[in-house]
Design a protein around this ligand. Structure first.
Ligand code: SAH
Ligand code: SF4
Ligand code: F3S
Length: 449
């Protein structure tokens, strides 16, 4: 019996890639185990978006450097690095961590079975690093971890060239999947009981159907929302430059499309945006926000911001503060700029000191906290429709997710806790919102609801 262990870092794309890798390994006769100690094959699916993320995998590998060759259970132990660090560092990983014998980026997972054969033969330096295969890696063997919500890749890679970002190097050029193949997968998913899908791509709204049908992203969204049995469709991540009004029209027209858009702005200063090579100005971004605010549906808007990009002045930062006051985002991820290999911004001058980045991050967080509390308070007294995603033993609350992607923890008078016969997980329910905090809502269902 061949055993493997996999740990995944990074974004949803990596999480979903791991589901495909696991499915492939299972069909190759491997069994998944829960700890690296038990496994013959130890895999890390890595992220290199910021330096800290990249360092994590080298820490992990260092922990095991003495276990190479033979594991504690006496069996031969093999280490593999997958994902974005693998693609970025390539064969250099073999030098830095000599006990690693497989290095493969996401564009090579279609070749995994043959790479495994090489490993099993005892090859010590097996690589999958080319972007030659222009098809997105899909497999019918994907082993999904969540029984209700499924990730579905519709486009891989990124053709933009944001000055700070490694993704174009780690994931290669954009490759869209044929619409027919996506639709077949969606139908299989609803057939298997899934009710929610999240369409994935680093630049999901650049989707362009390569088949003669020629769907654009808005068409893909609408068709996905019309699949029988589909209750919720989400998508991430959208690039503002390619974000057209037709996407909002699709959301307005199609109830199953969730009313949530993640639209990373990165900075509120047009000057910084230009130096980031984001290909939009502050005004162009704000126009998209206005479209959403005028939509028929109450669309939740979330974003990513980078603080301390090289040359970011106090004034630039102030423009970001003003922008977030104006938009009133429902949630925000804030990152300190991190220097990345191969990127254009490496050559920029005026790098911002670490303490100053931290100060800006904390100031933004503080400001955003108040905004989120205010926005969430607006839901108190309303009834929200949630998909129940879990149960929290510690608090005795069910965990629900609203269409706007807000967490709504609630007490159910009729079923205070899951029992052997019954759970609410996977059900869609109406919940009365009774309290709000910056990061979540709380509510209840009385016995007669
Ligand atoms: N494709 C998405 C973003 C993917 S990366 C998009 O275009 O918006 C997720 C987020 O990480 C980015 O939105 C950005 O805010 C952040 N990020 C990317 N590179 C970074 C870097 N070098 N330093 C700090 N944050 C970074
Ligand atoms: Fe990176 Fe920019 Fe591509 Fe997003 S659009 S993945 S930030 S290069
Ligand atoms: Fe990280 Fe690669 Fe995703 S760098 S954020 S895992 S695309």
């Amino acid at each position: 019996m061949k055993t493997f262990y996999i740990e995944t870092f990074g974004c949803q794309m990596n999480a979903h890639d791991s589901e495909k890798v696991v499915g492939t390994l299972l069909t190759q006769g491997y069994t998944q185990v829960e700890t690296p100690a038990e496994a013959e094959l130890v895999l890390y699916n890595t992220c290199s978006i910021r330096d800290k993320a990249e360092q994590k995998v080298f820490h992990r590998l260092d922990q095991f450097k003495h276990e190479a060759g033979k594991g504690s259970n006496g069996k031969r132990k093999t280490y593999g690095v997958l994902g974005c660090v693998a693609q970025q560092e390539g064969e250099k990983i073999f030098e830095r961590a000599p006990h690693v014998s497989l290095v493969a980026g996401s564009a090579s997972y279609g070749r995994l079975p043959e790479l495994l054969v090489q490993l099993e033969k005892g090859d010590r330096r097996v690589t999958g690093l080319s972007f030659d295969r222009d098809d997105a890696f899909e497999t019918e063997f994907t082993r999904r971890t969540n029984p209700h919500r499924a990730y579905v890749t519709i486009i891989e890679g990124c053709d933009k060239s944001c000055a700070y970002c490694v993704v174009p190097f780690t994931r290669g050029p954009e490759r869209s999947r044929a619409s027919e193949s996506v639709m077949n997968e969606l139908e299989q998913l609803t057939g298997a009981g899934y009710t929610e899908v999240q369409l994935l791509g680093q630049n999901v709204n650049s989707y362009r159907d390569p088949s003669p049908a020629g769907w654009d992203f808005a068409t893909m969204l609408e068709r996905a929302g019309q699949v029988p049995g589909m209750r919720r469709v989400r998508f991430t991540t959208s690039h503002p430059r390619d974000f057209g009004k037709e996407i909002i029209n699709a959301i307005d027209r199609t109830e199953t499309l969730c009313n949530h858009v993640h639209l990373p702005v990165q900075s509120g200063s047009s000057d910084v945006l230009r130096r980031m090579d984001r290909q939009y100005t502050r005004d162009e971004y704000m126009r998209r926000i206005e479209w959403m605010k005028k939509a028929r549906r109450d669309i939740a808007i979330t974003t990513d911001i980078i603080v301390g990009f090289p040359g970011e002045t106090e004034r630039d930062f102030d423009d970001t503060l003003k922008l977030i006051d104006g938009v009133e985002y429902d949630a925000m991820f804030i990152f300190k700029y991190s220097k990345r290999p191969n990127t254009a911004a490496l050559a920029y001058e005026d790098h911002i000191p670490e303490e100053e980045k931290t100060r800006r991050l904390m100031e933004l967080q503080e400001r955003q906290r108040g905004i989120q509390l205010r926005r969430n308070a607006g839901y108190v007294g309303l009834t929200e429709h949630v998909l129940v995603e879990g149960y929290n033993q510690a608090t005795g609350q069910w965990i629900g997710r609203t269409s706007q992607h807000k967490t709504l923890n609630f007490i159910d008078a009729a079923l205070p806790a899951p029992s052997q016969e019954r759970t609410l997980v996977g059900e869609y329910l109406d919940v009365l919102v009774t309290r709000a905090s910056p990061n979540s809502l709380a509510g209840e269902r009385s016995a007669h609801v």
